[in-house]
Design a protein around this ligand. Structure first.
Ligand code: UDP
Ligand code: MG
Length: 326
């Protein structure tokens, strides 16, 4: 296998305090991996400025002037972390053989990259960086973050536990990923959908070098909600289930009110009113669930996701023909 060209993709939003520090570490890592012959000398550090309001973009431009290993792209406005990562990955797709996305705040251990590249060389197309310990996080952050992954999985959005957006992805996976046209992005739930051989590499998460997190609880809840609604229609199923359950209860309620009526324990009109309320409540929820099922189907159709992805062929010639076409 030829030595792969690596692009490290780094989203940056108002990171003037950390960039001067971490950019040096990224460059050192590229140089180290190149010396070890794990990656090709054409490898790059690709910064994606996500519409920063401070001097982040000026710093990136300066870095690019100083060293050819640094390159940058800038989004016209702030679009959020997920979109910034996607922009970087799509930019790198045709130039690199592998990409590693990582935050620029020094929280993710860049030394895990060695293991990631080795796993790629062993045949894995996606390598997920997984946090082995959250000792440096506060109890609250740890509790909410782990709750986040559990909630996502319970709601039918499959994600790798404790994996954020620190991952190695091959250009081959990125080319297939480019066919996922949806605009609501939840990358860590979407990459498992692409498939191919994958594995995890464990690392310890550090504290932010400087500046503040852009992911307070409110944003994390927003991300969880986006993740669930972009990947799964399980909430709709829950409404249908609730409707069936309430209908069942109302059926008991109807029997109960009829018994009360015949035992003369009720005032006139009570039994019939109760029956109607119970009945209508159940019927409405079931109907909403059924409508929801159709809306869910429409929703999934509008995403126009690829219906299949071929990973290998026995006929080698076909692969060559396809490459020729490209
Ligand atoms: N980020 C971004 N756009 C945003 C918010 C954050 O590109 O709108 C970047 C940020 O610069 C950092 C990464 O996404 O590199 C993760 O953000 P942060 O460290 O604030 O989140 P946390 O690690 O606390 O979850
Ligand atoms: Mg961070």
């Amino acid at each position: 296998m030829k030595t792969p060209i690596l692009y490290i993709v780094i989203p940056c939003y108002n990171e003037e305090e950390v960039l001067p520090i971490t950019s040096k570490e990224f460059l050192a890592k590229i140089n180290e991996l190149t010396e070890k012959k794990l990656i090709a000398p054409e490898s790059r550090v690709l910064f994606v400025n996500d519409g920063s309001k401070d001097s982040t973009w000026e710093i990136i431009k300066k870095l690019a002037d100083e060293d050819e290993h640094f390159i940058g792209i800038s989004q016209s406005r702030n679009r959020g972390h997920q979109n910034a990562v996607l922009a970087g990955l799509m930019e790198a797709k045709d130039k690199a053989d592998i990409t590693i996305s990582i935050d620029c705040d020094g929280q993710d251990d860049i030394n895990a990259m060695n293991k990631m590249v080795e796993e790629y060389l062993n045949g894995c197309e996606i390598v997920y960086g997984v946090r082995s310990a959250r000792d440096t996080d506060t109890f609250f952050k740890r509790f909410t973050a782990e709750g986040f992954y559990k909630l996502l999985n319970a709601m039918g959005a499959e994600v790798v536990f404790n994996h954020a957006d620190y991952r190695l992805v091959s250009s081959r996976v990125l080319k297939e990923f480019a066919n996922f046209k949806e605009v609501n992005l939840f990358l860590r739930g979407m990459f498992p959908l692409v498939g191919f051989k994958s594995t995890s590499v464990y690392y310890e998460r550090h504290e932010r070098i400087a500046g503040e997190s852009h992911y307070p609880l409110s944003k994390m809840l927003g991300l969880a909600f986006d993740g669930i609604t972009s990947l799964s229609i399980k909430p709709i199923r829950i409404i249908t289930g609730l409707g069936i359950f309430i209908s069942f209860l109302s059926f008991i309620g109807v029997i109960w009110s009829v018994i009360m009526y015949f035992m003369h324990h009720s005032v006139t009109g009570w039994a019939s009113t109760t029956c109607i309320i119970c009945f209508i409540g159940g019927v409405q929820l079931i109907s909403m669930g059924v409508l929801g099922e159709y809306i869910g189907k429409i929703y999934l159709e509008t995403k126009a996701r690829p219906r299949y992805i071929i990973s290998e062929r026995t006929e080698k010639n076909m692969e060559i023909q396809e490459l020729d076409k490209e």
